[in-house]
Design a binder for this molecule. Structure first.
Ligand code: FAS
Ligand code: PHB
Length: 393
């Protein structure tokens, strides 16, 4: 058995775990990351695409902003499309803030490059990861790596291990409640080797369902279609995908350019929030503590804001002040519920919900009325712009 000691043991090398470890290192606080997948697997995951202004500032402050500054696409707004018309919501004009399109894959690539250059201790392909003695001053992590048993003793353990991780599951069920809901639709997402047909993201409600035109660069487009959560990707040929995108995104005088589809997958939609993000000397960040439907682009950004708040608490702890650490769970959860309600609003107003045939047509016209109000009211647009670009941490 190999035994190590560190200040903070972090479970999970997704964006939350890697960023927390980097933020602690920047403050001279030691950490070890334990990840059950390979580095190649972590790097290959295609997920979020939009960074709030606060996330860009947090990454830049930690020295992770060089490629982000040159390759990120700064957007001043988005388009809302419904009833055959496209309306621009101008964030810069409304509230003086922007968002940056920079894939989560790129954020993770930058983090892994920084950790590799700094020779950080990250155990990839770990197995049988378990956490122990969470409500004592000496919590431990046990795992096997390269066939050898390992144990880490730490002051704190942080669960950055996503929705299916072990950390939240290690909190006694008597001490934890889970608030969740599912949505009657899923997203079929594609990556295509074609220049985006739009300068900014298009969120469209069509009578056939939701569609979105996003991007990853000036040469790669990212597009989404609402599908049934029970649907399978084998039912969606490239031709059928493009036809549906033309139907749902098309407006007079605009062309959607097609390209080779290099990746396609279906992601179900759910909302979930844990009742607490701390238990003893265990803290949860990111998807380990909450999940949002991707419509409001809040998943990755919530993970980054959790890490910013928790890193500040841990840094203050080692300077003798425990107030921020003690208040982390309540503060992060309050911010998360603000993100949840926005994500729920964006999801419900932009997706066709025909589960109840009787009310489906009423529901659709009510959605059109809601979108019509937003595009006519600067007050409503300011609220959307403020939430989409990111509420203060
Ligand atoms: P992650 O899930 O990214 O990382 C957790 C890490 O922990 C993983 O590397 C995992 O392998 C590891 N792990 C799990 N169990 C472990 C164990 N027992 N031991 C050790 N390691 C373990 N958000 C958006 O904003 N926009 C989007 O469009 C969007 N699309 C998404 C599509 C999909 C398919 C998914 C699943 C999520 C999507 N999200 C999106 C949300 C996503 O971006 C998350 O918010 C983000 O990955 C959160 O980062 P982490 O909290 O680090 O969790
Ligand atoms: C993406 O580009 O993957 C993306 C952008 C905005 C969203 C969701 C996903 O709301």
């Amino acid at each position: 058995m190999s035994h190590e000691t560190t200040r903070v043991a972090i479970i999970g090398a997704g964006p939350a775990g890697l960023l927390l470890s980097w933020a602690l290192r920047d403050a001279g606080i030691s950490s070890i990351v334990v990840e059950n997948r390979s580095q190649e697997y972590v790097l290959a995951r295609i997920r979020a695409g939009v960074l709030e202004q606060g996330s860009v500032e947090a990454l830049t402050h930690l020295g992770l902003g060089e490629r982000l500054a040159t390759e990120g696409l700064v957007h001043d707004g988005i388009y809302l499309q419904f009833a055959g018309e496209r309306h621009r919501i101008d964030f810069t004009e409304l509230i003086g803030r922007t968002v940056t399109v920079y894939g989560q894959q790129e954020v993770v690539k930058d983090l892994i490059a920084a950790h590799t250059a700094a020779n950080s201790t990250i155990y990839y392909e770990s197995a049988d990861v378990a956490v122990h003695d969470l409500d004592t001053k000496n919590p431990r992590v046990s795992f096997t790596h390269d066939g050898q048993a390992h144990e880490i003793s730490a002051d704190f353990i942080v669960g950055a291990d996503g929705f299916h991780g072990v950390c939240r599951a290690s909190i006694p069920t008597t001490a934890l409640a889970l608030y969740d809901r599912s949505y009657p639709f899923a997203w079929l997402g594609i990556l295509a080797d074609v220049a985006p047909s739009t300068d900014e993201l298009i969120y469209a409600l069509h009578e056939d369902g939701f569609a979105m035109h996003s991007m990853r660069s000036h040469h790669i487009s990212r597009l989404y279609l609402q599908v049934d959560p029970t649907d399978s990707i084998v039912n969606w040929s490239d031709e059928r995908i493009w036809n549906a995108l033309h139907t749902r995104l098309g407006v007079p005088g605009w062309t959607l350019y097609e390209g080779t589809i290099t990746e396609k997958s279906i992601t179900p939609m759910r909302s979930f929030v844990a009742s607490r993000l701390s238990y003893g000397n265990l803290f949860l960040v990111g998807d380990a503590g909450h999940i949002v439907p991707p419509t409001g682009a809040k998943g990755l950004n919530s993970a980054i804001s959790d890490v910013t708040l928790l890193a500040a608490g841990l840094i203050a702890h080692y300077s003798g002040d425990d107030a921020k650490l003690t208040g982390y769970s309540e503060l992060a959860l309050a911010r998360q519920w603000r993100a949840q309600q926005f994500s729920q609003w964006m999801t419900e107003v932009l997706h066709r919900n025909s589960t109840d045939v009787q009310s489906a047509e009423f529901e659709y016209r009510s959605q059109l009325g809601r979108l019509d109000y937003v595009t006519r009211s600067l007050h409503a647009q300011r609220g959307l712009a403020e939430q989409y670009t990111g509420l203060p941490f």
